[in-house]
Design a protein around this ligand. Structure first.
Ligand code: NIG
Ligand code: FE
Length: 416
């Protein structure tokens, strides 16, 4: 099976440099080919170039070649969404009303809402139901242009329920065509029965959950919500240390609610990413420079919760890379639409379109450990691309916000 897309108005995010992410000033430069073709074969990007150099003889021996005419349309690599909680038992619009009425995220959490609300419901929902509803969400995001997604546990908060969530993610990996990475987030919130003794819950995560997760090979990464009112730097240090012994690299929630020290402890354990980052100052930027940790901002959550926005401009101007992800979850970001996240990068964080495109493709691919196979139009990478509607410029993608501009999605070289 092979596909040739021809007469592409602009082929965007072409990269043969082998770089793993894009940082600082380089984020404002984007390589594209105008009036291009792209050939995909056996699930991979095989070749591409300008139409002036297209030689149809090269495809003579392709027995099942599908030709697509992309006149007026552009082709992008699919989005990589490096931070989601898209396996969950039920929506939480009731607490959203509390939020509208003025209760803060922390107040809602204290009243047993928020993450604990989802954790309570998860035991009432079967593994099959969790799987089916997550499959629908995966289809939804795929048709909006997402070709890779990271999914966390963290609505279980007991050994059994955490394992249940991770088993569901494992099934999703096998059942859904988009690339999926899974993250164990046992330390997402402290269950009420441990409120008086948080250390005892951290002990449970370390002594029982992590070994079971590792034994069944259920997670690629480990996460901790290291923030005010949730897990301390000391808790995080202990959990990441334990995870490291099982080869689980951290990707952590940090500095969403305060200067929590989360960024620093993440860097200390060579986290693949530190995520949220609303409270990022000079010290945090300093810690991230020269690290291998991708600073990841989640515009959907900050927007939905009415938080302060992470200082992305300062971060990029200091020379850092930045990734953007959706944080798709029922509490703080009930949307997995990466086109909207791209727009938010420009609207709320003043990223220029080139920066936004890097942050949602190559940089977010790095942030979930798939940069070798996804995130750019590169020979040999997975043929995960989307074809847009007829659009005037690539800048139009963040500009024309709120509507779907993805016309066709190709995953592993197959039209969806
Ligand atoms: O990334 N910040 C912590 N965790 C999630 C919230 C999940 C929820 O409210 O259910 C987040 O925003
Ligand atoms: Fe999150």
């Amino acid at each position: 099976m092979s596909i040739l897309i021809r007469d592409i108005k602009e082929l965007v995010q072409v990269d043969e440099t082998g770089r793993r992410f894009v940082a600082g000033k380089e984020m404002s430069e984007l390589k594209t080919i105008k009036d291009a073709w792209l050939f995909m074969k056996d699930g991979l990007i095989h070749s591409y170039g300008p139409m002036s150099e297209l030689d149809m003889n090269a495809f003579e021996n392709e027995d099942s070649l599908t030709e697509l005419d992309a006149t007026g349309r552009m082709v992008f690599p699919t989005f990589c969404d490096s931070h989601t909680h898209l396996v969950y038992p039920a929506s939480r619009e009731i607490e959203y009303i509390d939020k509208i009425k003025g209760l803060s995220y922390e107040e809602i959490a204290k009243r047993g809402g928020g993450i604990l609300n989802s954790a309570k419901k998860i035991s009432e929902v079967s593994e099959d139901e969790l799987f089916e509803s997550a499959m629908e969400r995966l289809d939804e995001i795929m048709y909006m242009g997402t070709g890779a997604v990271e999914i966390k546990s963290g609505y279980g908060l007991t050994v059994e329920s955490e394992l249940k969530m991770l088993r569901v993610i494992k099934r999703l990996k096998e059942a859904h065509p988009i690339t999926i990475k899974s993250t164990f987030l046992g330390a997402h919130a402290v269950p009420p029965e441990y409120k008086a003794d948080q250390t005892k819950y951290v002990d449970l995560v370390i002594n029982e959950m992590i070994p079971r997760v590792a034994a069944d090979d259920l997670a690629d990464y480990i996460d901790v919500f290291c923030d005010k009112g949730f897990f301390t730097v000391e808790d995080t240090d202990r959990i990441l240390n334990a995870g490291m012994k099982y080869g689980l690299r951290p990707k952590i929630h940090a500095n969403e609610l305060d200067y929590s020290g989360g960024i620093q402890v993440g860097v200390k354990y060579n986290a693949l990413s530190v995520d949220h980052l609303e409270f990022t100052g000079k010290e945090e930027i300093e810690a991230l420079l020269n690290s291998e940790t991708m600073p990841t901002v989640l515009p959907g959550a900050a927007f939905f919760l009415g938080m302060v926005y992470a200082p992305i401009r300062e971060m990029i101007d200091a020379g850092l890379p930045v990734a953007l992800a959706s944080d798709f979850n029922p509490g703080s970001s009930p949307s997995g639409n990466m086109q909207f996240i791209l727009s938010m990068g420009s609207i709320a964080y003043k990223m220029i379109p080139e920066e936004g495109i890097h942050s949602t493709t190559i940089n977010s691919a790095y942030a979930m450990g798939v940069d070798e196979t996804l995130g750019t139009i590169t020979v040999g990478k997975k043929a995960n691309v989307y074809i847009t509607d007829e659009i005037p410029t690539y800048e139009y993608m963040p500009y024309y916000y709120g509507s779907n501009k993805v016309a066709k999605v190709i995953i592993n070289g197959e039209i969806k």
